[in-house]
Design a protein around this ligand. Structure first.
Ligand code: DHB
Ligand code: MG
Length: 241
């Protein structure tokens, strides 16, 4: 292995962020949240119920990241949202709150325990009318939709990373020109550029970047690295042609 490759491997190890660096990132996220993120009792209840059931807060997006989704949804005037990976429905509830009254979210979760938790949180939030939470494999759920299902305006992919290339293609089938697609966790502490890392999730993310590169159905696309309370990761984002 070349010196360069070994330094990449070292840099990209998930355990390599020293504790102090992580504490600073978390403190800055707390500062951002204190200044720019409004108190939201419904979301606080969602987080509490999820933590009470023993789930890590790392599995859902951070509050300032959630605000970014809110802003994209409002910028695009989105009414119909598709989400891959509901987990506890924290992001789902955030997105539902950004929608007009006639908005609609279809969110898909394959793990039965996560789906059950999501349904509970969505009911507690009083958003069961806007949020259609389905249990199953995304391809099966989407195949079961009727042929005249209108396109989605905004799509958030935040499920098993291995399947992101498949979720991108499923998304494009249900998109219109101008649909925005946001993909979470596409950097994974630089694991995506570590040639020694061949985990299925990381291989899947590399295939996602290959698919996004010069994709005939995508007008614009980029990825942004992020640090914060969830560590070092990033989002990819695309506008459909
Ligand atoms: C993790 C973070 C995520 O945002 C996610 O969707 C899945 C896993 C994690 O840090 O383990
Ligand atoms: Mg995620």
């Amino acid at each position: 292995m070349s010196a360069n490759q070994s330094s990449i491997s070292r840099l990209s190890s998930n355990n390599d962020t020293d504790l102090n660096t992580q504490l600073v990132w978390t403190a800055v996220d707390d500062y951002i949240e204190a200044h720019l993120i409004e108190a939201n009792p419904i979301l606080e209840k969602t987080l509490e119920n999820t933590a009470r059931q023993g789930y890590s807060s790392h599995l859902h997006i951070a509050p300032n990241q959630a605000k970014m989704l809110t802003m994209f949804i409002k910028m695009n005037g989105a009414k119909r949202i598709l989400e891959f990976g509901t987990f506890a429905a924290y992001s789902t509830i955030v997105m539902a709150q950004a929608l007009p009254e006639d908005g609609y979210i279809l969110t898909i979760e394959n793990r039965d325990t996560h789906h059950a938790l999501a349904v509970e949180n969505i009911e507690n939030a009083g958003l069961s009318k806007i949020i259609d939470a389905r249990h199953g494999r995304a391809s099966d759920v989407l195949q079961s939709l009727s042929d005249d299902t209108p396109a989605f305006d905004f799509i958030f992919i935040d499920a098993d990373k291995q399947s992101y290339p498949e979720y991108l293609e499923l998304s494009l089938k249900l998109s219109r020109s101008g649909t925005i697609i946001i993909m979470d966790n596409v950097i994974r502490a630089a694991d995506i550029i570590d040639p020694e890392n061949q985990k299925p999730s990381i291989v899947g993310l590399r295939e996602l970047f290959q698919a996004l590169e010069n994709h005939p159905q995508i007008a614009e696309c980029t990825a942004i690295q992020t640090v914060g309370c969830k560590g070092y990761d990033g989002f990819a984002m695309a506008i459909v042609k």
